[in-house]
Design a protein around this ligand. Structure first.
Ligand SMILES: [Zn+2]
Length: 158
């Protein structure tokens, strides 16, 4: 890596460690000529994640769009923005690990619902009601029954 100050080509790596989220390697470097120190980040270059809609149309996964939907569901709920951002980042990581670079749009909706459910029940119901109404009308009641069934399960486990 070339020194940004004197352009000397063979800078030394002083320290190398993963970033907090484990998505990159952070390197402290020093130029042996001018002693300038600087930091570089090494990341995996990711291709676009492609969303396949029900009708077969494809569009590039848009993290901001998903976050917007999540934040709408979380409106006036006591959940910090950072938590929502973290949730969407984790979701994207999982979707990418699914492989192939393509993911059905329905899988994203389902994943968002799963995640919201763990964070905030009210937001979960808000999101699910909008999502289910769109995906298949009539599914909302089914979803509520499913939710009640789950609470019973948890009770039994305790
Ligand atoms: Zn230098």
């Amino acid at each position: 890596m070339r020194c940004p100050i004197c352009a000397y080509e063979d800078t030394r790596v002083l320290d190398s460690r993963p970033t907090e989220d484990d998505q990159a390697i952070r390197r402290r470097r020093e130029c042996p000529t001018c002693l300038h120190r600087f930091t570089t980040y090494e990341r995996i270059e990711q291709g676009p994640l492609v969303v396949v809609k029900k009708d077969g149309r494809r569009e590039v996964f848009d993290r901001q769009k998903v976050l917007k939907g999540v934040l709408t569901a979380l409106q006036k709920r006591p959940i910090p923005l950072a938590k929502a951002e973290e949730m969407v980042a984790a979701l994207e990581r999982d979707l990418r690990q699914g492989g192939g670079g393509e993911v059905p749009s329905a899988a994203i909706g389902e994943r968002v619902m799963d995640s919201l459910r763990q964070i905030d029940q009210v937001a979960y119901i808000r999101f699910a009601s909008v999502y289910r109404a769109f995906e298949h009308p009539g599914g909302f009641r089914e979803m509520l029954e499913h939710l009640e069934g789950d609470s019973e399960d948890e009770g039994r486990d305790l």
